[in-house]
Design a protein around this ligand. Sequence first.
Ligand SMILES: *[C@@H]1O[C@H](CO)[C@@H](O)[C@H](O)[C@H]1NC(C)=O
Ligand SMILES: *[C@@H]1O[C@H](CO)[C@@H](O)[C@H](O)[C@H]1NC(C)=O
Ligand SMILES: *[C@@H]1O[C@H](CO)[C@@H](O)[C@H](O)[C@H]1NC(C)=O
Ligand SMILES: *[C@@H]1O[C@H](CO)[C@@H](O)[C@H](O)[C@H]1NC(C)=O
Ligand SMILES: *[C@@H]1O[C@H](CO)[C@@H](O)[C@H](O)[C@H]1NC(C)=O
Length: 495
Amino acid sequence: MAFSQTTFLLKQVLLLHLLCSIITTSTSAASNTHFQILNVNESIKGSRTDHAKMSQYNELFERHNNISSSNTSSDEARWKLELVHRDKMSSSSNTTNNMHYHRHQHSFHARMQRDVKRVATLVRRLSGGGADAAKHEVQDFGTDVVSGMDQGSGEYFVRIGVGSPPRSQYMVIDSGSDIVWVQCQPCSQCYKQSDPVFDPADSASFSGVSCSSAVCDRLENAGCHAGRCRYEVSYGDGSYTKGTLALETLTIGRTVVKNVAIGCGHKNQGMFVGAAGLLGLGGGSMSLVGQLGGQTGGAFSYCLVSRGTGSSGSLVFGREALPVGAAWVPLVRNPRAPSFYYVGLSGLGVGGMRIPISEDLFRLTQMGDDGVVMDTGTAVTRLPTPAYEAFRDAFVAQTGNLPRASGVSIFDTCYNLSGFVSVRVPTVSFYFSGGPVLTLPASNFLIPVDDAGTFCFAFAPSPSGLSIIGNIQQEGIQISFDGANGFVGFGPNVC
Ligand SMILES: *[C@@H]1O[C@H](CO)[C@@H](O)[C@H](O)[C@H]1NC(C)=O
Ligand SMILES: *[C@@H]1O[C@H](CO)[C@@H](O)[C@H](O)[C@H]1NC(C)=O
Ligand SMILES: *[C@@H]1O[C@H](CO)[C@@H](O)[C@H](O)[C@H]1NC(C)=O
Ligand SMILES: *[C@@H]1O[C@H](CO)[C@@H](O)[C@H](O)[C@H]1NC(C)=O
Ligand SMILES: *[C@@H]1O[C@H](CO)[C@@H](O)[C@H](O)[C@H]1NC(C)=O
């Protein structure tokens, strides 16, 4: 008990330090900005709890089976959802790949495999091809199905109510896509999910959408069948959903939202780890954020809690959720990919020193190529190869005293920290356009990849000029989107 409290305090210290480095522009506490302490023993222990505490997670899920009825009067609480990582989901859902999660190594390798697929999909959609990309995607549909896909999509999940009366359903959250959908009866093809499949016949608020309606026009990939608006979305990793568009009531936290355009998926593939569907949080007009529009001012905020901590994160909608004191960075619009949240990154730092690399490596081109995307669905941050190599070399140069280990999975820079209680490592920072500097907690860039004390530098080269800020680097930091004004905020809260 005392141990875990110490970790918690240590984390707070690291994150408070993060807060300081965001806010201060001067270099007052010079020594603090150069090094951090990674608590090795606690990091490994944290990852072990993942499988040691499966039964506890099952309990957690049972408790979650009702939509939260906690009675708080603040506006923030009205729109608040608990955010759960998939490693917890898998213990409650009965998917065939359940066994993968019983051991940390398997879970890690599975996660990295999914990550490579996710990145390949993003790169295909967002790099090269210019205006052809959209066409390409349509063509891909149906031909790109990977049979026997065993990992599924989605890293983080929330629980919302669908229909009237509300049926609780787990939803994958995705900051990189727009459509909100659930598997729907009658199902011509549904994958296994942990809740009963949603049946429109049991909902008083369900109404179909005709082909001629304005909302049907807003769909990228609309079709028409017997007068009904049809949608289809392919996620490029083999998962897809097809069905009809409908207006339905959603219950988000304690807030009831009527007439949300959702896909009622009659034909779906992909595992989505037992979730009923997907909650698109992208920047387009069909995403939940886009549809809530005036009600929430295009604003939402989330906290991805570190795996292995046993606690949950949160997702909150509305301007009330936007914190005071965050470091705000302008969002960059890519007309070619309006769903994605691009940010202006200007550089990287190690040990308090900015690495000499060109800012152009991170720039979104006139053609809509390259640039830096914030993505909840990608685990490991990807950087253009020249940027990655300079960054890694600077990190290696400042950790010369640590014993190296051979590369693991997508990581080429690993350390054998077996036998260490804690190590001193250089700080790692993102320099954003406009000045804010985000200094990461040590546990966001040096992660355990097995139970034996191997830790890796958790960045990887991008297969293209596209950079992606992944969820491992976002963990524990409150991240807020102010869509209306075009900013993303980091901090100041820890979670
Ligand atoms: C590291 O943690 C393990 C179990 O969590 C404990 O048995 C061991 O004594 C710890 N090692 C040190 C050096 O504190
Ligand atoms: C949900 O709450 C109701 C009333 O509080 C209770 O009767 C029911 O058993 C709960 N359902 C689940 C799945 O926990
Ligand atoms: C919530 O609490 C307030 C006062 O604190 C009370 O008036 C209200 O009836 C409560 N609502 C529910 C649903 O319990
Ligand atoms: C989960 O799997 C077990 C064993 O395969 C089976 O007995 C059980 O009925 C399944 N539960 C659900 C809810 O599908
Ligand atoms: C890591 O170092 C320990 C000694 O500190 C050693 O026993 C172990 O074999 C090393 N592991 C690897 C994979 O090299």
